[in-house]
Design a protein around this ligand. Structure first.
Ligand code: S3P
Length: 180
């Protein structure tokens, strides 16, 4: 059974707009917004790049579980998780129990364009970024698709338009549940 006031979780690849869209959705619904990446950084007193450097991806993933636990510890929040969070079955289960997962979908080209000039994602520190994004998406795409209760194509949308799509979907879904 889903909780009365479900958490709304933004999932998707780096650069898909999870943080910006999540913030807009939270503001519109009057909900609290929690972004797990900055939470990990604050608690660790290190940047994600430093955590990857000192503790490897494994260390980061351990810390990320703690941030997810916190994010879903109160009902009704809007949550943005890092792009790799739902690769773990445990995280997927925990997030699903808390509410709905919304996948913000985008093509590798869109993602690379949105991420142009950024250097703070250790997994993308490589020469051929689009190639790297494409490779990661081959592995991750099916997981995002399966995990998401909804998937929204964001390529042609502004952040505001994407937020509106999320809100429309959410209201429809909550409405459907109410009449059952
Ligand atoms: C990661 C995505 C990042 C951050 C870390 C790892 C990933 O978050 O958690 O660099 O594995 O996709 P964003 O998706 O918010 O960029």
């Amino acid at each position: 059974m889903r909780p009365i006031l479900p958490t709304i979780v933004m999932i998707g690849f780096m650069g898909s707009g999870k943080t910006s869209v999540g913030r807009l959705v939270a503001r519109s619904l009057g909900r609290e917004f929690v972004d797990t990446d900055p939470l990990v950084e604050r608690w660790a007193r290190m940047s994600i790049a430093e955590i990857f450097h000192l503790e490897g991806e494994e260390g980061f993933r351990r810390r990320e579980i703690g941030a997810i636990d916190f994010a879903i510890s109160a009902p009704g929040r809007v949550v943005a998780v890092g792009g790799g969070a739902v690769l773990s079955a445990e995280n997927r289960t925990a997030l699903k129990q808390a509410g709905f997962l919304v996948y913000l979908r985008a093509t590798p080209e869109t993602l690379a364009a949105r991420l142009a000039g950024t250097t703070d994602r250790p997994l993308l520190n490589t020469g051929d970024r689009v190639g790297r994004i494409r490779d990661l998406l081959v592995a991750r795409g099916p997981i995002y698709e399966t995990a998401g209760d909804a998937a929204i194509d964001t390529d042609r949308f502004t952040l505001e338009q994407t937020a509106t799509e999320v809100l429309d979907w959410y209201h429809r879904r909550v409405g459907e549940l109410a009449v059952r």
